[in-house]
Write a protein that binds this ligand. Structure first.
Ligand code: PMV
Length: 324
């Protein structure tokens, strides 16, 4: 029975071993695996309503009418599974800056698939929701799950084995994340465009892809053993390598601003002084500091004092996408 409407919440996630590059652009299949943590304090809430009177899907994003074409393509896949023709009215709200390198597309597509699955009564398993969320945005496959999450690239052409799974629940190792926001506006180069540019023109891209499997194995072991130093080393290595491959594109893709770079030095100084903290950066200028809970207040204070840091957000690890 289709309930007709449902609301879901999904946390954004931050990759510690990055996803950067696709093996199939149409199906959004990653060229390599990735490993992330799901956040509880930065989330998207999405309500889906089936409406037979609509002539097309509609989207309201943070209270404003928005272009529905990207969500419509994903809803078409769900409609095909449900043998439904109903268009949908979708209302989506992020409680953090949208499209600024804070993984808003990850939480948005994970929440959308979870809400639409219920509204259309499709009864998808979490793995199937992960596969579908991936079609909206590669990193969204990971936001279906909570805690520490691994995305498996898969080998099948249809992408049916390109899904994420939970490596460890949040209480396995309750890390915290401090996000230093250095610019709230939407990023000028989307992650998809940045990846394309890197794949097509960066001679460092093949080296990047070749290294991911070994980075993943080290990150998995660090998470299993709760070895902070090891996770710090491998995560910064992965983030800097991803950006190095993008910087070496033609023209180079530069996501950092001065405050991003100041943030990296700040985090390394804090770590040298004995605080358990490391940084990571995605396709935008925000700096994300991952730390043990006892380090979070000092990390937040230090990042807030950097010129150009406009806001500091704190988060714990969160659970996977769920209905509310
Ligand atoms: O999910 P997308 O297509 O926006 O790509 C995400 C890419 C990074 O955020 C830079 C890395 C990652 O693994 O999340």
């Amino acid at each position: 029975m289709q309930s007709g409407h449902a609301t879901a919440r999904a946390g954004s996630n931050i990759a510690l071993v990055k996803y950067w590059g696709k093996r199939d652009a149409m199906l959004n299949l990653p060229a390599a695996g990735s490993l992330s943590i799901t956040l509880d304090a930065l989330f998207t809430e999405t309500t889906v309503r089936l409406d037979c009177s609509l002539q097309a899907d509609s989207l309201s994003l943070n209270g404003q009418p928005a272009d529905a074409s990207r969500i419509s393509r994903l809803l078409d896949l769900l409609r095909a599974r449900a043998a439904s023709r109903s268009y949908m009215a979708v209302e989506s709200c992020n409680n953090f800056p949208t499209a600024a390198g804070l993984a808003s597309s990850a939480s948005a597509f994970a929440a959308l698939v979870t809400a639409a699955n219920q509204a259309m009564d499709i009864k998808l398993t979490p793995a199937q929701r992960s596969e579908l969320a991936r079609r909206g945005s590669g990193s969204a496959a990971r936001s279906i799950f909570g805690g520490f999450v691994e995305m498996v690239p898969g080998i099948r052409d249809d992408g049916s084995d390109s899904i994420a799974h939970c490596l460890a629940e949040p209480d396995h190792w309750p890390l915290q994340v401090v996000v230093a926001v250095t610019n709230r506006s939407a990023k000028p180069v989307s992650s998809t465009d940045g990846m394309n540019q890197t794949m097509k023109t960066s001679s460092y891209y093949s080296a990047w892809v070749e290294g991911v499997a070994s980075d993943l194995e080290q990150a998995r072991q660090a998470v299993r053993a709760r070895d902070f130093e090891r996770l710090a080393e491998i995560s910064e290595f992965s983030a800097l390598k991803m950006h190095a491959s993008a910087l070496a594109a033609r023209p180079g893709v530069v996501y950092w601003n001065a405050a991003t770079v100041a943030g990296m030095h700040c985090v390394r100084e804090l770590r040298a002084a004995g605080l358990a903290v490391f940084f990571t950066i995605d396709a935008g200028p925000q700096l994300k500091a991952v730390c043990l809970p006892e380090a979070a207040p000092a990390v937040g204070q230090a990042l807030a004092s950097i010129g150009g840091v406009t806001e500091v957000l704190h988060s714990r690890l969160g659970s996977g996408a769920s209905l509310i």
